[in-house]
Design a protein around this ligand. Sequence first.
Ligand SMILES: Cc1cc2nc3c(=O)[nH]c(=O)nc-3n(C[C@H](O)[C@H](O)[C@H](O)COP(=O)(O)OP(=O)(O)OC[C@H]3O[C@@H](n4cnc5c(N)ncnc54)[C@H](O)[C@@H]3O)c2cc1C
Length: 493
Amino acid sequence: MSAGDSYEVIVIGSGPGGGACATLLQKRGIRTLLLEKNDVLGGKMYSVERDGWAYDIFPHGQVPMRGSAFETVFAELGVADEFVRPVEPDDPRDFAHITYRRRDRREPRAANQRQAMADPGPFFALWDIDERARQQTVEFMAHLVTLPEEALDELDDLSMHDYLARFEVPYELYSYMAFHANASLAEPIDLVAASEQIRILRQIFLQGGGGQYKGGFGFLTRVMMREFERNGGTILRRHRVERILVEDGAVRGVVTPQGSFRAPIVVSSAGLQPTVLKLVGEGNFDRRYVEHVRSLVPGWGFTSVRYFLERPVLDVGIYTWYSDESWWNTERFAQVKAGRIPDEVSLFMVNHAYFDPDAAPAGKQVLVAGTVCSGDPEANEIEALWGRMDEQMQRYYPQVWAATARREYAGPREISEFTRDGVLPGQGGECVGLGQIVGQCGRHKPGVQAPIGGLYYVGADAGAAGMGTHQAALSAIEVVRLVEREHRAACVP
Ligand SMILES: Cc1cc2nc3c(=O)[nH]c(=O)nc-3n(C[C@H](O)[C@H](O)[C@H](O)COP(=O)(O)OP(=O)(O)OC[C@H]3O[C@@H](n4cnc5c(N)ncnc54)[C@H](O)[C@@H]3O)c2cc1C
């Protein structure tokens, strides 16, 4: 090991959590090394930029649109002017095209619904509900938006299903919430923490949600990594951390196939379970802590099917499709695992060209679509789900299907290979990270500080709330605060 291999902080992984953390630490003058196992940077929010195309490999929408953690990061980096929201929450173009089929109907209805708080009229038309049900819906939504933060904290221990049971609300509203739990959190409504889902819903209503960036989410990575290097940070790609070195109960550095790197502080975005159980090793932790980490429940996965269109047929940014039968709760998930694949699945789809005229070569478009699935890299129902997605595309979006020249498919196996090691059975292909479920959110969310000196977790698994990329960057802001304090304390003679 040469002297150059010694740093003040080592960050493992360049996703939104690790990337935001490394760039903020370096900006604060802390000598940081960023190690990424892949050739490319960005983790799950990686965007392909090649041959005139610029799109995300996974279907992403930003929640909240206004006031996301990335705005805070850009501001601290001094590049706030580069943060350009493609659609402002109060822009009339900020809407989603929603298709919904009631259980008592053969054919679905479609409507354009504004994302930010607005007229619920399109939803009412879509759901086809009477005046009383409309009134119940309006009252419930007003209640959600005005719920004080303390009251929200109390909902950490309640699932959204149990929370809704306290109100008289129409089934159509329940059904939408069940779809939303799948689409925004990759969780079932009967497990998702009400506090977490309500926080996300409130952000969508008040700050806008679901939009994309020019250049895809990869735009965020490009700016953060550029600033990181400009401020003197070191990035080493294709450097997989195999072990985090611990001596006398404190972190000393990391081991990669290319050599060891020393630092008194290591921040890992490899995932909480992979970090504890694989990179550090169980033997370095208290037995009860290891049992706790093993008991944490991973979130579900999300498929990604990219439709490359040879002509422009899409005229809206976000498309969703759901029915009363298409969302999954734990019972429906169990049926899928037992081999009963539903006839139709929910869809969340992003048309990048709506947000970025340069997302595709002239005259072409790319639609990145997905549906909720198991997070198990070995799950054997994924191909059947891709098949369902294609069938629905043919049936409900025939113009898209007819224009499709090529398709690419990804599922939990690809998510795990690209980002997160599976260290426990059924784990690795999570869409977000640890499940945002009762017992793991709010005051139960794992903290960013590990019970080993100098070790921190960053990313979607620790320290924050909200939708995937936003909460990963929020977690980075919290880690940076604590790491800087530890670093400065260690520097005092
Ligand atoms: C299909 C899909 C759809 C999604 N939709 C949305 C959405 O609409 N909105 C939203 O906000 N979020 C969405 N997410 C979730 C969001 O992408 C993640 O929650 C977020 O990227 C997690 O950030 P992270 O930094 O915690 O981890 P990651 O993005 O997983 O980054 C971890 C990084 O660490 C690297 N790494 C891991 N192990 C090692 C190691 N041993 N050595 C070196 N490097 C290592 C990985 O290669 C990776 O680059 C979606 C995700 C998927 C997969």
